[in-house]
Design a protein around this ligand. Structure first.
Ligand code: 1OR
Length: 308
């Protein structure tokens, strides 16, 4: 059964809250499913409750089309369990698993569905209706995407990405601030954050085996670090151009995906603002991006040239 209650009179829209009754167990499962999803960050208690109330559970067998490209947007979906593939035309562009979400674009822009989404195993989804999505989740999402849009299109590593892929990264970013002299990452620490400089400068310091600390690089807006030391590999003088082009993909891969301690210290030089990404999101979002970059050799050279 579905009931509806009017929203507080203070709101100047005719938003009628949708309340689909749920068991404690269902509410708990929703909490887990959206726990790692960036679109649900920063909701206050009431908004969170409104979202949970409005969600409906959809059990979808394997090989079911959940969204059809060109169709009308009705729901936004969060994956509780199962797996799905996303196709644009005949081409598979991405896939989803527990914690993932899709179907926001048609709701945000009143546009036809941009892709087809099909289950590749029996799945449990939570569907959020268009009105609740627009009323509660959209503002934050589009604000963040707008805020980072220009910035991400300037970051050399991310330049060649489709704007939708940049938007997914924007969803996951958080801004952090550092004062002059403050350490952002420390050599030897095991860290799990990746940083892109939004404004300000940072200095990269490396302590050699004799214990002498030296400045090895200076970073500015658009530079990135903490993704396991991309710059170390490019910066080192003994990596010749030839070596670079042969081993570039290896270095990049290694730089992004290994788990070694921080290879250098990065210190704020003046006030520093960074956009940061946790390791899980980093690997999930930028791991696949590597494949795209690898296919794009022009961009490879751009990256190499910028770093050397
Ligand atoms: P929607 O409401 O349009 C289809 O319904 C959903 O597929 C869409 O929202 C997104 O949530 C999801 N471009 C557009 N939509 C995508 C893409 C995508 N990937 C997933 N969806 N890509 C850009 C291709 C030029 C693929 C990026 C990897």
């Amino acid at each position: 059964s579905v009931s509806a209650e009017s929203m507080a009179p203070s709101a100047n829209q005719d938003f009628v809250k949708l309340v689909i009754p749920k068991s404690q167990a269902q509410a708990e499962r929703i909490k887990v499913s959206i726990g790692n999803n960036f679109l649900f960050r920063n909701l206050d208690e009431e908004q969170y409750l409104d979202v949970v109330n409005a969600m409906s559970e959809k059990r979808v067998p394997n090989q079911t089309t959940v969204i059809e490209q060109g169709g009308v947007g009705d729901y936004f979906y969060v994956v509780e369990s199962g797996t799905l593939d996303c196709f644009i035309g005949e081409t598979k562009v991405t896939n989803y698993e527990a914690g993932g979400s899709f179907g926001e674009l048609a709701l945000m822009y009143n546009a036809p569905r941009a892709a087809t989404i099909i289950t590749t195993s029996d799945s449990v989804l939570w569907a959020l209706d268009r009105i609740t999505f627009r009323t509660i989740l959209m503002e934050n999402t589009s604000r963040k995407r707008r805020m980072y849009e220009i910035f991400l299109s300037e970051v050399i590593l991310l330049k060649s990405l489709e704007s939708y892929e940049q938007h997914k990264i924007a969803d996951a970013l958080e801004s952090v601030y550092f004062e002059d002299g403050q350490e952002v990452v420390k050599q030897g620490d095991i860290g799990d954050q990746f940083y892109i400089i939004e404004s300000g400068e940072a200095i990269v310091l490396k302590t050699n085996t004799d214990g002498v600390q030296q400045q090895v690089n200076q970073l500015e807006r658009g530079s990135y670090f903490g993704g396991k030391y991309i710059y170390i590999y490019f910066y080192h003088y003994y990596i010749t151009l030839i070596l670079k082009s042969i081993f570039f993909s290896f270095f990049l891969e290694l730089a992004l995906l290994n788990d070694s301690p921080r290879a250098a210290t990065v210190v704020a030089h003046g006030r520093l603002k960074c956009a940061t990404l946790g390791k899980k999101a980093f690997t999930r979002l930028l791991g696949p991006v590597l494949d795209i970059l690898k296919r794009n050799s022009e961009n490879y050279h751009a990256v190499i040239n910028q770093q050397s």
